[in-house]
Ligand binder design. Structure first.
Ligand SMILES: [Zn+2]
Length: 270
């Protein structure tokens, strides 16, 4: 197995990092140790806004359970097809969580995953020794300028300027955002007022650095038993936004059918 090229840059001085045995180091001798699981923490303490940044561990565990049970496989398969069509030299999953999309969609190329949640990055590295994973913020990627063929962002904050910076000329951005009916039945049971989901607000910010190549809608029905309801609910922000009694009510259901509804955007760096 050949190792992925080291495309990291120092989060402190932005010089390239070189990979030494068990650590990464820049020319100014800033050094970052590689964890036993293979990932590297490139989030400087002074950039940490909380003790445990990112999604909480139980949300990440629920997400792992949900994704490995095949819950979002139609989405994963479509993304993998898009990646095969683009065949980038490498893929960066910005906001990779526990790495399910990274290793499935980036199966045929060098793959990199960045997430601010350390628990998630550790799980990614453990499940995918051939990928390269780092703890960092997607708003300030520890990735060298102009080094990435395709950036993927699945249900994660999008930073147009930063994503464009790390991409090669005419590099691709694949972004997945919730469409109008995404988990509608959950939202109807949990909230009195529903926020409109629209891909337009995401597109607006992207237009300054990207050309839209294609936007497609992907919808399918999810038939959930009690265990799946719990996993899916726990991995969404609903779990901490909705009232507890409403969450408990949903989680006590034996069975429910909900819509998955995604908007897939393909863009090219301008
Ligand atoms: Zn440095």
């Amino acid at each position: 197995m050949t190792e992925n090229p080291c495309l990291y840059q120092c989060p402190l001085c932005r010089q390239p990092l070189s990979h030494e045995p068990r650590s990464y180091v820049c020319e100014s001798n800033h050094r970052f140790d590689q964890a036993r699981q293979g990932y590297v923490n490139l989030l400087p303490v002074q950039h940490k806004k909380s003790k445990l940044p990112g999604d909480p561990p139980d949300s990440i565990d629920a997400r792992r359970a949900w994704l490995t049970s095949g819950g979002y496989d139609p989405l994963v398969e479509r993304l993998a097809q898009i990646a095969r069509d683009l065949s980038p030299e490498n893929l960066l999953d910005a906001g990779c969580a526990e790495g399910y999309y990274t290793r499935k969609v980036g199966a045929d190329c060098a793959r990199y995953g960045v997430d601010i949640a350390k628990h998630a990055v550790k799980m990614s590295a453990q499940s995918d020794p051939a990928g390269s994973y780092a703890v960092a913020s997607v708003s300030n990627l520890p990735i060298q300028t102009g080094s990435i063929g395709a950036v993927m962002s699945v249900f994660s904050p999008i930073f147009a300027e930063e994503f464009a910076r790390v991409l090669v000329d005419r590099g691709s951005l694949i972004a997945v955002v919730p469409a109008q009916n995404h988990l509608l039945e959950f939202r109807q049971s949990l909230f009195d007022q529903l926020n409109e989901h629209s891909s337009d607000k995401h597109l607006e910010g992207l237009r300054s650095h990207f050309d839209l190549v294609n936007e497609e809608r992907l919808s399918f029905e999810l038939q959930l038993n009690q265990e799946r309801i719990k996993d899916l609910l726990s991995m969404t922000p609903f779990a901490w936004r909705a009232a507890k009694d409403k969450i408990d009510q949903l989680m006590s259901l034996e069975y429910i059918t909900v819509q998955a509804d995604f908007s897939l955007l393909r863009l090219t760096k301008r």
